[in-house]
Design a protein around this ligand. Structure first.
Ligand SMILES: [Zn+2]
Length: 418
């Protein structure tokens, strides 16, 4: 399978060839009806035409997908591609190297692309800036993977989530340098990460489940500190993504004007109303709970943190659903196995979201959150040909998204099982 994929990539080259995709159904992400049957014509890296049945241009390659559903390439706003599933980041800091993270990152990126995810926002590596190198290697065609927007490094407070110096006082990992306390240090951290190639800024507004120190429910940065990150990132024309579990941290992040509140576990009614029309989006990560419970590498104290968060986070998601606010999609892959990103959508449908809304979240809504809606997120003529196809119909069975049969990124076929 993988060797076949590579041959396909090599054969595609840079030629502006025409590919015709035909499937039983097409979900274009625009909110319109499902097209059935459907034909998509791809010329070079872009979508040329979409219709029920279109004439095949001369010399075009035709891929018959049969009983499958074409969708826009899926987008995940919360991955950690250079982190290995099954290795806790604290252990990784003490026992692994940046090159190891880069090599596993290449493998994880490939697995994620083959699962139908053609764009990911990577929320930060254990070893700083390895994600920048991974993004560039993918763009240069050295390794297959999704389009990446990367955080480069975390912005975290002393004693907070992601503090890389929470071992014995005699053990240090100076290379990580992800701690910033007070607005001045935060501005310096933001500038440093953007200078080193980050596409956006990841700040930890509250404690975390998979961390020591301040609890997930507690705000770890002051309003003033989060605001400092947003103001500086804005000068660079970049977004800020805030890791936030606790309600006060969520609200501080919304007030500061971050683009996304990730996890958003203790989302309450006031936070939901603050989100409405604010330009800040909620990106829950719900499937992680099922995995953390059964993960042998997670310490008991952190499983206990997870148990406390789980019930409230499901209730927070239902609250956002009932309010009808737009919801982004993120899986926190690395906490869950890479390539199983679509299971997040299954978890959401089990909590009451419609499959069409879940799919729209992972495509059009996520593209809008990233500000990339003019090029990706829907299947429309003129957009980049980022497409996926899944066996069956994800609109009646969301688990169909776990059965990809085709993945195309920028007009290049990376996976084709038809
Ligand atoms: Zn994360």
């Amino acid at each position: 399978m993988v060797a076949g994929v590579w041959l396909a990539v090599l054969a595609a080259g840079a030629a502006a060839e025409t590919t015709v995709l035909r499937a039983a159904r097409l979900f274009d992400g625009t909110g319109g009806e499902v097209l059935s049957p459907a034909t998509v014509i791809v010329e070079g890296e872009r979508i040329a035409a979409v219709g029920r049945s279109l004439p095949v241009p001369e010399g075009a390659r035709v891929i018959e997908l049969g009983d499958a559903t074409l969708t826009p390439g899926l987008i995940d706003l919360h991955t950690h591609l250079t982190d290995r599933f099954g290795v806790h980041w604290e252990e990784a800091l003490l026992t692994t190297t940046p090159p190891e993270a880069a090599l596993w990152g290449a493998r994880n990126a490939r697995d994620t692309l083959m699962a139908g995810f053609t764009t990911c926002r990577d929320m930060g590596p254990t070893w700083p800036y390895v994600d920048v190198e991974l993004r560039d290697a993918i763009e240069a065609g050295a390794v297959p993977g999704p389009r990446l927007l990367v955080a480069g490094n975390y912005v975290s407070s002393t004693g907070g989530a992601g503090d890389a110096r929470q071992f014995s006082i005699y053990v240090d990992v100076p290379i990580v340098r992800n701690l910033a306390d007070g607005p001045d240090e935060i501005v310096k951290a933001v500038r440093t990460h953007l200078k080193q190639g980050a596409d956006f800024v990841k700040i930890l507004a509250t404690g975390a489940v998979l961390s020591k120190g301040i609890p997930p429910g507690s705000q770890q940065y002051s309003d003033e500190e989060i605001r400092a990150a947003v103001v500086e990132a804005d000068r660079w024309g970049r977004q800020v993504a805030a890791h936030a579990h606790g309600a006060e941290g969520i609200k501080a992040a919304i007030r500061a004007g971050v683009r996304t509140v990730d996890h958003g576990s203790y989302l309450d009614d006031e936070a939901v109303e603050m989100l409405r029309g604010s330009g800040t989006y909620y990106v829950p990560t719900l499937y992680t709970s099922e995995i953390i419970e059964t993960s042998e590498h997670v310490p008991a104290s952190q499983k206990e943190r997870e148990r406390q968060v789980r019930e409230v986070q499901d209730a927070g998601f239902r609250r956002a659903l009932a309010a009808g606010i737009p919801i982004g999609m993120g899986s926190d892959a690395a906490v869950i196995p890479h390539g199983e990103n679509a299971r997040e959508l299954g978890a959401r449908v089990r909590l009451g979201e419609s499959p069409a809304a879940a799919l729209a979240s992972a495509t059009r809504v996520n593209a809008e959150i990233l500000g990339l809606e003019s090029s990706i997120g829907t299947i429309e003529p003129g957009k980049l040909a980022d497409l996926a196809a899944f066996a069956g119909d994800p609109l009646s069975d969301i688990t169909a998204l776990e059965r990809p049969v085709l993945v195309m990124k920028g007009g290049v076929v990376y996976r084709s099982e038809r």
